[in-house]
Design a protein around this ligand. Structure first.
Ligand code: ATP
Length: 304
């Protein structure tokens, strides 16, 4: 009896210690969260929108007081339209997306959804209305089906398969030995960058958001993957208010408007053809990317 009692007692001790450690962590995070930067307004309302317009109105922002990242950025994404933001690395493109998702609040100016400042909506309802297709998607150590369904837990098999079809993943899945039940992630099948991004697009389709943020991957994809992603994005962006953070200009030639950002300011805006005709910064970037593309086997850096 005594021999049995001691180990059980010991286990109980270990169990209590683990619980205490977890409680301590909670308390620590609780303390850290006493004054979060972003808070719901006392009278926050629920954002309920079909197809909203999104307007950046003279937005100023810096992550730290000593460095301004956005210097009065204004542009509008009309309801259901697609606006692409381009500009050099560090220009502030991803920062715009983070502000729209309300990871941070602007220092001045505001972001309006259907004319209302987004700080007036609860964060939960705001984030439920927005889907993000990130550059690099996190995959769980589980089946491909689980990873797709994550976009809307509880979605039916049919709904998941339809989203995968629209995201142009069908032929990829068809060639996997276990199809949808193939384990993926760290300990399973490794997906390419383009395949992972299409998983993210399928998740976004399942979430069925009013607003879509598409953060295009910087790493270059082969042209077949790029075409598949473009076609998939067209599916999910159709009729949704979409912000594309673009790195390759070839992917945004059909955007309703292109906004060129430079050091936190909008320096040009218009449709692809208009910006080419204007012969400014965008036209310069376009020429540069076209010349890089036309000689993929002998990129300039490898030539004598
Ligand atoms: P890229 O094309 O390389 O993704 P970007 O235009 O999206 O660039 P942002 O990510 O918006 O650029 O970053 C704008 C500037 O803000 C950069 O100079 C960056 O170093 C800085 N920055 C980004 N995130 C933070 C952060 N969490 N804290 C401090 N500075 C940051």
């Amino acid at each position: 009896v005594i021999q049995l009692f001691i180990p059980l007692n010991f286990l109980g001790f270990v169990y209590r210690e683990i619980r205490r450690a977890l409680t301590d962590m909670n308390r620590m995070f609780g303390l850290l969260n006493i004054r979060p930067k972003v808070q719901d307004a006392a009278d926050a309302s629920e954002l309920q929108v079909g197809s909203p317009s999104v307007r950046f109105d003279n937005v100023q922002f810096g992550y730290h007081d000593d460095r301004r990242i956005l210097n009065g950025v204004s542009f509008e994404i009309p309801a259901g339209k697609t606006v692409a933001v381009v500009g050099a690395s560090g220009a502030g493109k991803s920062t715009l997306a983070r502000l729209l998702f309300r990871f941070y609040d602007p220092d001045a100016g505001g972001i309006l959804i259907d004319g209302k400042d987004l700080r007036g909506f609860s964060q939960a309802s705001l984030r439920a209305a927005i889907a993000v297709v990130p550059q690099d998607t996190v995959l769980f150590n589980d089946t491909l089906f689980y990873n797709l369904q994550y976009g809307r837990p509880g979605a039916s098999r049919d709904e998941v398969e339809q989203a995968a079809r629209l995201a142009h993943l069908e032929s990829f899945i068809a060639q996997l030995p276990q199809g949808y039940d193939t384990p993926v992630g760290e300990r399973g099948l490794k997906l390419s960058g383009g395949e992972k991004q299409r998983v993210a697009i399928a998740r976004a389709l399942l979430k069925n958001p009013a607003i879509l943020i598409f953060d295009e991957a910087t790493s270059s994809l082969d042209s077949v993957s790029e075409r598949a992603i473009l076609a998939a994005i067209e599916e999910v962006a159709a009729r949704r208010t979409t912000l594309v953070i673009a790195h390759r200009l070839s992917t945004i030639t059909h955007a309703d408007e292109i906004v060129v950002l430079d050091q936190g300011r909008v320096i040009e805006r218009g449709r692809h053809e208009q910006l080419l005709a204007a012969g400014g910064a965008y036209a310069g970037l376009w020429r540069l990317q076209q010349s890089e593309r036309s000689d993929p086997i002998h990129p300039p850096s490898l030539q004598p």
